[in-house]
Design a protein around this ligand. Sequence first.
Ligand SMILES: Nc1nc2c(ncn2[C@@H]2O[C@H](COP(=O)(O)OP(=O)(O)O)[C@@H](O)[C@H]2O)c(=O)[nH]1
Ligand SMILES: [Mg+2]
Length: 364
Amino acid sequence: MSIQEKIKAIEDEIARTQVNKATNRHLGVLKARIARLREQERERIERGKGQVGDGYAVRKDGDATIVLLGLPSVGKSTLLNHLTNSNSKVGAYDFTTLTVVPGVLKYRGAQIQVLDIPGIIRGASEGKGLGKRILSTTRSADLLLVIVDVFNPGIRKVLLDEIRNIGIRPDENPPNIQIEKRGSGGIIITDLVGMTEMDEDGMKEILREYRYHNSRVVVREDVDYDRFVDVLLKNTVYIPTLTVVNKIDMVDEEWVEKLGEDADYDYVAISADNDINLEQLKERMFERLDLIRLYMRPKGEDPDFDEPLIIRNGSTVEDVANKIHRDLKKTLRFTRVWGKSAKFGGQKVGLSHQPMDEDIITFY
Ligand SMILES: Nc1nc2c(ncn2[C@@H]2O[C@H](COP(=O)(O)OP(=O)(O)O)[C@@H](O)[C@H]2O)c(=O)[nH]1
Ligand SMILES: [Mg+2]
């Protein structure tokens, strides 16, 4: 039986099983099995040779990487061309984009790599037709732009479900559960939250499924079996998304209003072709990426306000030093900070200090 057939067989069993309190655990175990098979399939693809139509390898470049996701003809190439320096082919027919097309968006001093990825959608759930580079490029994105058009915003849910199948958890944080493999002693579970979604026997069954016969588990968050399995999978990645509704030029105001009433999610309504709301989109992308700008001030000189250093919010002075030069930390005596994160201008801070947006920094 191929991996696909095994998955299908388990899915059939799930479909036959009534969902209730009594079957909850069994369903959890079945889903855990599927997740494990899917991961094996991904690993097989990523280990294997690239497939035809795979595109070329795109190096992760710039301060952050954004991947565009959407059905053919929603306007991904158009958006890429209008946001970046790219010159991607736009077609009124499907599948004009056959390779991964990169572009660079310069915004607030940041260089943001934007990638138009073909074919991710149809192939994803079937586990076929999806090249390993497309797979790994998508999984390493810092932000996924989910693009739908005004006529079919409902497809957003389908897109999000598809990327879940390749191990991406859109807009989720990793569950707060620690699992430690040990040499002996069986499975020891410490429940610090009073679990309501799982029970210890169910967890143990799943842990054995994943070869954690001896392990110590500390539960600090009340999650269900699906999210527990995410912790066991080696390759789960947690990526924020931003939904973009394109082609608003094709409908009237009433339609746009109705869209807003129906949507239970946050989105930016644009027209890529007519440059409507693209500035707002850039701002929201920057915000979702959670990047901050730092101005470096060489000793005794003025800060460099032209070229900020771009770094993830929550990064430390140590991260900043490493981004500038690998060896900088060795010769660094101390650091001074001006701005929002400083108690007073020119405060001396240590390596673990977290600068904030538009701080000025001097390394000594
Ligand atoms: N009216 C309108 N048409 C658009 C817009 N954005 C893209 N299109 C058109 O939609 C078609 C498909 O666009 P394309 O960028 O190739 O879509 P892709 O397959 O997702 O890359 C082309 O004919 C575009 O000109 C828009 O904002 N408004
Ligand atoms: Mg295209």
